[in-house]
Design a protein around this ligand. Sequence first.
Ligand code: MG
Length: 401
Amino acid sequence: MKNLGILGSTGSIGAQTLEVVRKNPDSYSVGALAVMGNIKVLKEQILEFRPKMVAVFDPDKAKLLKEEIIKLKAAAPRMKRKESAPNQPLFAVEVLAGIEGLVAIATAGEVDLVVNSVVGSVGLVPTLKAIDAGKDIALANKETLVVAGELVMKKAKEKGVQITPIDSEHSAIFQCLQGEKKESLEKIILTASGGPFRAWKKEEIAKATFREALKHPNWDMGRKISIDSATMMNKGLEVIEARWLFDVPAEKIETVVHPESIVHSMVEYVDSSVIAELGVPDMKVPIQYALSYPERIKADYEKLSLSKIKNLSFEEPDTQRFPCLKLAYDALEAGGTMPAVMNGANEVLVEAYLEEKITFYDIPKYIEMAMKAHKPFDYTTMEEILEVDRWVRDYVRNTLL
Ligand code: MG
């Protein structure tokens, strides 16, 4: 039985992680949950999964939840225990707040595996603290590796911590690499769906509203990643994520657009063999693998029927229409703190686009300006990265916007 600590439990990945737990009550339990601010859904999760600790990043919401818990405790004798957690006392749950709360969840003594599915670079500090505490991590928070991948992977190695990827592409690559020697690897081929604007003309994309950008053809995802997918920054972030996760230089990471999202990614070996991982697009499959690794657990997710799908297609990514992908390669080439600058700028700009303050192509335009304004350096500590992250957010908000 693995006891999980889930950061971002009310988001898309967090909720699907809990679905995996629900399907496998003999394999997983929930020890701790953390959310950014959605206490309504968190309350339901507390009632169902009975974690010992929860954290809410927003301190006002944490306070509200504490009051709710007191009311629930008072009503507890009248409520029935859930069969999924028959031995746990009702509502013996501690409520924490802020980044300290997230860190407490990530380092809690009873947690065996931390699932980090928060969105954005806010996931970095809890990830590093979890590594310090020797916790294995199932990682969906790609921004953590984008801003400080070198530091995170170095620390994980020192501490003997296993990081298993949840991102479908990286889960695919991780699976394709099992049992192979690193010297045999020729390149990684990351597949991209191309997002909702794959077949749109540049002039049309320029006028796209955030509502159109949120309509992803294959994957049901959160708002931030959906916009990233529309700009193809998501693929750029994933290139950087792969660079650090698998310790492979950027020139050995290729991207190919594959609109059906059936081939989740591939690895080419020195003998010209290519190994791919395929499946119906369903995040619960890579989530479950990240939890069960190195084992596999039988599951009834939809099976792949290639004869039903018939055709799989592939095309080159178009960096004219989707400049964010190129910016990510540029940031990797510049090295050091540059990916953190690109990421911080992107987070602020996606927010501004969702608030209809900027247009679609303002996102890459302002990211590029922020990158031009920064002289990258080789960082060695978390504090240096956090400082750069703060700088770029201020710069984009106050100077560019
Ligand atoms: Mg992905």
